[in-house]
Design a protein around this ligand. Structure first.
Ligand code: AMP
Length: 186
């Protein structure tokens, strides 16, 4: 059973690497950003509520995300990779409680480190509608202020693996694959 949490700034490669590992291990990649974008596209009540925050590069409020993730994890008996959640301390605390309730302990938390200039370059080439130079800078600030404290939160729990994300996709993938195998064996 593999259960992983991916941390890292926007553009660190979380989505790409989580997708590759999800297919390696035959488990779902749960991306809160993808789920929120699908809700926006479908014009649901949740999507309408989330859209303004996402367009500005702000985080969508914690209660919305916590309810979303609770619903997404509820039926996952076979493991998962969380990509883009948690992003705040209240989300991390809610996730701990939820996973205790669901009896689904995670194996490890992987944090991808990438320098800011590389992030900006990568995001601009991705061409997503929320990837303008201004929102990129803003989302990096949001990451530093609200999400970075989670590095400390998980390192105190001794389950954090900090990995250099500034390397090629395949090289990083094989490194992460090895880490996951090692975490499963320990
Ligand atoms: P992402 O695809 O992970 O970059 O997410 C895109 C956008 O969705 C973010 O800029 C936030 O507005 C929103 N979002 C995704 N995940 C979360 C989360 N865990 N907490 C708050 N907002 C989120």
């Amino acid at each position: 059973m593999t259960r992983l949490i991916f941390l890292g700034p926007p553009g660190a490669g979380k989505g790409t690497q989580a997708g590759l590992l999800a297919s390696d291990f035959g488990i779902p990649q749960i991306s809160t950003g993808d789920h929120l974008r699908a809700e926006v596209k479908a014009g649901t009540e949740l999507g309408l509520e989330a859209q303004g925050y996402m367009d500005r590069g702000d985080l969508v409020p914690d209660p919305i995300l916590i309810t979303l993730v609770r619903n997404l994890l509820h039926h996952q008996a076979s493991g998962w990779i969380l990509d883009g959640f948690p992003r705040t301390l209240p989300q991390a605390e809610a996730l701990d409680q939820l996973l205790t309730d669901l009896k689904q302990p995670y194996d490890s938390v992987i944090s991808l480190d990438v320098p800011d200039d590389v992030i900006v370059e990568r995001l601009l080439s991705r061409g997503r509608s929320d990837d303008t130079p201004e929102t990129i800078r803003y989302r990096l600030d949001v990451y530093r202020q609200q999400t970075q404290p989670l590095i400390e939160y998980y390192s105190r729990r001794r389950c954090l693996q900090q990995v250099d994300g500034n390397q090629g996709v395949e090289q990083l993938h094989s490194h992460l694959h090895g880490l996951v195998i090692a975490a499963k064996a320990s």
